[in-house]
Structure formats: structure tokens, C-alpha cells
Design a protein around this ligand. Structure first.
Ligand SMILES: Cc1cc2nc3c(=O)[nH]c(=O)nc-3n(C[C@H](O)[C@H](O)[C@H](O)COP(=O)(O)OP(=O)(O)OC[C@H]3O[C@@H](n4cnc5c(N)ncnc54)[C@H](O)[C@@H]3O)c2cc1C
Length: 409
């Protein structure tokens, strides 16, 4: 009996479980999945909670609804991986030996990385929206807020869904307009990047959107501390940005179990081969999703494209062949821009987001780097696709490799 252990039953781990369950013969294989939480969170939905579009109930389902029968499910904290002994140690000291391991432990925010961030103003005037708790606390505040200086801030890259902070700014503009108090809300977008986004062409277009919506952009801001007494963020070069409400994206890090295993970089992300998705230095450990150190976006869509590559490579490796499928860094992200519209970007390691149509050249129905109602419907539809197709490992009619068809140079 060969043993496959999957660590993490979030987006990527659940997709891999379902894909491999259908491909492996359970007479020869035992499959185990480990996670510490019973609840699956649809994290892209966290964006909408502060603006009363979704509630907590709209973004949660039991994880077990997505596990096929015949799979061993262990709900436990992972203590560490001992890759030289091919085994995982769980919190209660239970030992899980494996022949093959898939690590899908994701990333999480750590506000303790910045002095003063998680201090007396935390969840009073300083919030995150990358956790369910933060998104709900912010929702409670926004409902009754009568305006002031709203600062949306990114601590450092990489972060999951790098467009989410921009979407938050666009939705804030829409939400406070709807509430009739936009003139009382002064919105600032503060980033460590030199522009609105990581890729030059998209950055210029998204920067124009910020300007059009009267959202002030502060670039190259590397935060040193949050001053709780004077309600301001201060950079290492002593630039100060005051706030009434600070919505920050704290440092994103891989899980502590990765650090305890000695397998991570300084942010606990796992060095991973950018094409095969094997953990560097190992031929029986794959890494997928936000847990990798890859220069691709940390996004559910990316985890989905990676899952198709990992699937092929896994079947190669267990049959003694070299892994031949290559992940190209493909990312596809809908950006909600407010007032019922959205923007779509599609890119990979080598090609930045370009204008055009997607997925059908000349037809779409989605438009790249353009604001349309159809792109907004794409974003709204994503939740349904996520629960019904993505997590179940069902193929989508979108290539895992990025294509230039439909794109304009
Ligand atoms: C606000 C927000 C908006 C987003 N918007 C989008 C979007 O529009 N489109 C998009 O494609 N993506 C979006 N994303 C990103 C997307 O949600 C993530 O990239 C995706 O969930 C990553 O999947 P993963 O499996 O790698 O990690 P996760 O889904 O986070 O799963 C990791 C799992 O590992 C478990 N785990 C970790 N450590 C341990 C341990 N020590 N012991 C036991 N269990 C452990 C966790 O409990 C969790 O279940 C967004 C994310 C956020 C926060």
C-alpha cells in the first residue's frame, strides 16, 4: 500500500485530493488529508463583507462536504514535517508516515510583524480584511461610520490576491457613495510598490482608476510602525500618513509548521521548482498554492492552474518517470471596480497583463484590462464556480497555460 498525505484542506489541498482520488486505485493507495479547521472559508468573499454584500454565512461551508469517501481525514494541527524520515508529526505527537507528500498549508497574515499594528486600536480603528474576524469587525464599523480619513495599506509583498487591496479601495468609493457620505470619506491607498500594482501596464491603468475615483496614491511606503496615540502610520524614512480608520494588509507568511520543519524561507514560504512544483531538493514532496515561494500570484485561480500541472507530474513521478508538465505562472484575476463593473487580468511569469478579450479571441465575453459589467458578473460567478467546480477538482474550460490568443500587444 502506498501512502499519500496532503497537508492543508483549503483551496489547493481540497482540489488535489479530489483530482487524485479519481485517478489513484484505492486498493493500492491510502490517502490522508490533514487540516486544523472544520470550516472551509471562501476567502475571496472576505472582500465583500465590509460592504454588506456578503455576510459570514455566504463564505463558509463544512470542509467535509468536499472530501470523497474512503479518504482518511485528520482534523489536527500539523506540528512539523520530517522530510528526511518521510513522516509528518501532528500536534498530539501522532506520526504520519508517507511515500508522497503534497503541502498545501497556504499563507496567513501576521500583524505582529509591525510594531504597534496589533495594539490598542486593533479592531477599533485598525483592521485587516484578510481574515473572517477582520472582515466582520470592519463591516460592523462601516455600517455606522460617518466618515473621516480611510487609509488602505499594504505592509509588504508578497500578499495573497495582490489586487484585493485595490478592489477594497474601489468598493469603498462605491459603498460610501451609495451611503451618501463619499464627500466625507477621504480615501488613501498606501503601498510599498512604486505604483498601484506589480505589473507596469496594469499598474498604469489601475493608477488612473484610483485617480478618477479620487483615491490618493502613496507609493514606496515601507512601514516601520503604527502610532496608536497619534493615529498614523510611519515609514522607515519617517513619512507619516494619518488615519481615522486604517485597513491594512499585514505581512503574509507561510505557516509556522513550515518554519518548525526547517523547510521555509524567511517568510516560511517553501522553495519550490517554478515549473514542476516539486519542493526543491525532494523528489517525493510537491507544494501547491500560497505555500510556495513562487513569483506567481497567490490566488485560488493560480492554485487551480497549478493543480492540473501537479496532477500530471504526480502521476509521472509515482510511475518512476521524470515530471514533464510545466507550470508557467498563469494567473487570471477579476478585479471588482465598483458600481457593478469589473476588470480582468490574465498573465504569467513572462507576460504581463495585456488588453484584449478572454477566453474567446475577439468574442470574450470578458474584456482584459477594461472595465465592463460582464467582468463584474465573472467575479460574482467565481464563488459558484469555486464551490461547484474548483474545489471538486472538476476541469474548467480554461487552459492551465496562459495563451496569447485574444491578447493585443
Ligand atoms: C481577501 C481575499 C481576497 C481574495 N480574492 C481572490 C480572488 O478574487 N481570486 C482568487 O483566485 N483568489 C483570491 N484570494 C486568494 C485565495 O483565497 C488563496 O490564494 C487560496 O485560498 C490559496 O489556497 P491554499 O490552499 O494555498 O491556502 P488556503 O486555502 O488558505 O488553505 C490552507 C489550509 O491549510 C491549513 N493549515 C495551515 N497550516 C496548518 C497547520 N499547521 N495544521 C493544520 N492545518 C493547517 C489551513 O487551516 C487551511 O485550511 C483572496 C484571498 C483573500 C484573503
Amino acid at each position: 500500500m502506498r501512502k499519500l498525505v496532503i497537508l492543508g484542506a483549503g483551496t489547493a489541498g481540497t482540489m488535489m485530493l479530489n483530482k487524485l482520488y479519481n485517478a489513484l486505485d484505492l486498493k493500492d493507495w491510502s490517502i490522508t488529508i490533514v487540516d486544523k479547521e472544520e470550516t472551509h472559508y471562501y476567502q475571496p468573499g472576505f472582500l465583500f463583507i465590509p460592504f454588506e454584500i456578503y455576510t459570514r454565512r455566504d463564505v463558509i461551508k463544512p470542509k467535509r462536504d468536499f472530501f470523497p469517501s474512503g479518504v482518511e481525514v485528520i482534523m489536527s494541527e500539523i506540528e512539523r514535517i520530517e522530510p528526511d524520515k518521510n513522516r509528518v508529526i501532528l500536534a498530539n505527537n501522532r506520526v504520519l508516515p508517507y511515500d508522497y507528500l503534497i503541502i498545501a498549508t497556504g499563507s496567513r497574515v501576521d500583524p505582529n510583524e509591525v510594531e504597534g499594528m496589533k495594539d490598542k486600536l486593533w479592531y477599533k480603528n485598525v483592521f485587516d480584511f484578510y481574515t473572517i474576524e477582520g472582515a466582520c469587525a470592519l463591516g460592523n464599523l462601516f455600517k455606522h461610520w460617518d466618515g473621516g480619513r480611510l487609509v488602505i495599506h499594504i505592509t509588504e509583498m508578497p500578499i495573497k490576491c495582490p489586487v484585493a487591496p485595490l478592489e477594497f479601495a474601489f468598493l469603498a468609493d462605491w459603498y460610501f457613495t451609495e451611503r451618501g457620505i463619499r464627500d466625507k470619506v477621504d480615501i488613501h491607498f498606501v503601498t510599498p510598490l512604486p505604483g498601484a500594482f506589480t505589473k507596469p501596464r496594469a499598474s498604469a491603468i489601475l493608477g488612473d482608476f484610483l485617480e478618477k475615483k479620487n483615491i490618493k496614491l502613496v507609493t514606496d511606503f515601507n512601514i516601520a510602525r503604527v502610532d496608536n496615540d497619534e493615529k498614523k502610520i510611519v515609514s522607515w524614512d519617517e513619512i507619516e500618513v494619518p488615519f481615522d480608520v486604517l485597513v491594512t494588509i499585514p505581512t503574509n507568511k507561510g505557516d509556522e509548521a513550515i518554519a518548525r520543519s526547517g523547510m521555509g524561507d524567511v517568510l516560511n514560504f517553501i522553495p519550490t521548482d517554478k515549473h514542476t512544483l516539486l519542493a526543491e531538493g525532494f523528489d517525493n514532496i510537491f507544494v501547491i498554492g500560497d505555500a510556495t515561494n513562487l513569483p506567481s500570484s497567490k490566488a485560488g485561480s493560480v492554485a487551480h492552474f497549478q493543480s492540473e500541472i501537479l496532477f500530471e507530474n504526480f502521476l509521472d513521478v509515482i510511475d518512476g518517470r521524470k515530471p514533464t508538465a510545466k507550470f508557467d505562472g498563469h494567473a487570471n484575476c477579476f478585479i471588482e471596480s465598483g458600481f457593478g463593473k469589473g476588470i480582468l487580468i490574465d498573465f504569467n511569469y513572462d507576460t504581463e497583463p495585456l488588453p484584449g478579450k478572454f477566453p474567446l479571441p475577439g468574442i470574450g465575453p470578458f474584456s482584459l484590462l477594461e472595465e465592463t459589467k460582464m467582468n463584474h458578473y465573472g467575479k460574482v460567478m467565481f464563488r459558484w464556480m469555486y464551490w461547484n467546480f474548483l474545489l471538486k477538482g472538476i476541469e474548467l474550460p480554461i487552459e492551465s497555460h496562459m495563451t496569447m490568443a485574444g491578447k493585443r500587444l
